[in-house]
Design a protein. Sequence first.
Lengths: 208, 280
Amino acid sequence: MKGLLLKDFYMIVKYCRSYLLMAIVFLTVSVLNPGNTFFVFYPVLLAGMIPTTLLSYDERSGWQPYSAALPYTKAQCVSAKYLVGLICQGAILVLLTVVQGICMSMTGTFDIAELLTLVLMLSIIAPIAPAFCMPFIFKLGVEKGRIAYYVMIAIICALVVGGSTIFSSALDAKIEPGPAAVFVVLLFVALYALSWFLSIKFYEKREL
Amino acid sequence: MNALELKNVTKHFPGFTLDNISLTLPSGCILGLIGENGAGKSTTIKLILDILHKDSGSITILGKDNTDNMRLTKEDIGVVFDEVGIPGCLTVPEVGKVMKLTFQNWDEGTYEDLIRKMSLPTDKRFQDFSRGMKMKLGIAVALSHDSKLLLLDEATSGLDPVARDEVIEMFSEFTRNENHSILISSHIVSDLEKLCDTIAFIHKGKLLLCEEKDQLLSEYGLIHCTKEQLKDLDPAAVKHVKENPYGAEVMVLRDKIPAFFEVRPISIEELFVFMIKEVK
């Protein structure tokens, strides 16, 4: 599977530079405009689009049937994309945490509990859209799957922007380590794992 | 051992059926799969690789069923598709690095030698290659991991005559090792005529014939005769007739034709065209 990851790394470097630029712009705006959580959430959601973008290029270049002729299982092909998604979103999350932490320190509002709450929320919300759309993509192909992804992003953005009261109250809350928090984390891990499992099953049945 | 065995393989699609295909490719041989566009050549190769799932029949590759741990079997198979399938943004050295992590038996030296021999640029992206260059890179990858079986789907199309000749020479060299075999599909019959030991004709999903090339060429021939002479010929000897204002060109079975006829050798291309027309 290392070969698949290396190939995706080359593709990210060459095709997804604009994503990094957009992430930096949004992070900068989030620092300048600390009240608006949309600018914090968007770069992470954007990173979640990278596997879909790579699958789109794969489909266009004929990589999918070619990779099926290489010594990889379909499970490995699917897993490589999930790992790429986790790595990209993880990297943006780390960057975001550092930027937010520095920003809080500079304005004298540093609060570890608040920062952890933000990171936890982002960690939970970020994989929702890819987890939702990847099984569709592996079953139906990129175009139809991408439509599902955009619908999901629109719903999340609407929730973030429209339901700002919910999020601001959530951000005001301090993280309380306990069974409820653990349950929520486990629930989202299970959701992601289920999505991964379904994608493998769908892709194994799909004819390329 | 046979490198490849297909027995009664059938696959249905809406509007097309690959019907009851049986083929055998012995080790050390080259089998040419000839057919028009859409005849079922690519479908056959995808079924062999289990990229498409057969409805019935059995497929054995290098002695193993093609649904049984195919990941390991694919270590020994080099594949070149019509579209190649390498991502457009990769350069030749990057493709080499990806394949080094893909194949256990990847031979970097062989790959670099082939790239040099094929004069492929190492700084250009794959998407900027000509079709011929793309094919060459696909072939270089297929030949660089000690594969025992090559599955080539229209691998010579898009190559200029000189490059085609070089590539055909490479394939011939590959099968000098008696453990190496090739299944190559093409609608450019002249390439396969030079290269193959066995020829299979496929038409609208049906296998018309699968025979040794030399046997085919010695079995069939062409005669020119008048319409009166045509009437006197043994009907069992006549395989196809192309009438013209001066008489007829007839594809015949050589051993059933009276000795006074001058039987001209038939090319595989002529044989293919005659057979397709006979079916139509």
